[in-house]
Write a protein that binds this ligand. Structure first.
Ligand SMILES: Cc1cc2nc3c(=O)[nH]c(=O)nc-3n(C[C@H](O)[C@H](O)[C@H](O)COP(=O)(O)O)c2cc1C
Length: 176
């Protein structure tokens, strides 16, 4: 699959089969995150992988508990505030890191959902896992083998996103 098709066909997956993601695949997913760009190459991301026990404990802290319980594994992504040089730019780098992982997961015919609502309980989650205050939760990524086919996604038209001056080639983007 070419890269644009990979990007466009990725969907948030919220229902998973019982398939167990092998450890070597988990490590490649983390590797894809590790190679994201970051300001000053400061790599502010830190990861925590949760399997059965930890997953069930985490599920108590979100209204999306079913997604978490149903997923094979969860990757918690934190910013390490000690490694941070500019909070705003570091958060952008964390976003790039997460998207790298989502795309790699999709490329392996696995599925994932980026969960943000859980950040409402980030302090409690730090206490649960006895984590230092320097680590601030930025996302939980629920992942596993998709239980259903991926649907087509919806996005705004490109014309409505470009502010001015650049003229799109006649309808060419619609063919992509
Ligand atoms: C920052 C962020 C937070 C999100 N939080 C949640 C969430 O808490 N629960 C959820 O089910 N989906 C969450 N999503 C997934 C979005 O709902 C999803 O990406 C969006 O609807 C587009 O659908 P797609 O990913 O299938 O293309 C989040 C996505 C992002 C980028």
């Amino acid at each position: 699959m070419d890269t644009l098709n990979l990007i466009k066909s990725r969907r948030s997956v919220r229902k998973f089969t019982k398939y167990v993601i092998p450890r070597c695949t988990i490590e490649k997913i983390l590797e894809s995150g590790r190679w994201a760009p970051s300001g000053l190459n400061n790599q502010p991301w830190r990861f925590m992988v949760l399997e059965s026990g930890g997953k069930d404990e985490l599920a108590e802290y979100t209204k999306y508990s079913q997604i978490i319980k149903n997923a094979d594994k969860i990757i918690l992504v934190f910013i390490d505030k000690k490694a941070s040089y500019n909070y705003e730019k570091d958060l952008m780098a964390i976003g790039a890191c997460i998207q790298n992982m989502l795309l790699y997961i999709h490329s392996q015919k696995l599925g994932a959902c980026w969960l943000g609502e859980i950040l409402n309980k980030r302090d409690e989650i730090n206490k649960l896992f006895k984590l230092n205050d320097n680590l601030q939760l930025q996302a939980a990524i629920a992942m596993g083998k998709p239980a259903t086919h991926l649907k087509q996604g919806k996005r705004k038209n490109l014309e409505n996103l470009i502010l001015k001056r650049y003229k799109l080639q006649a309808a060419s983007h619609k063919l992509l």
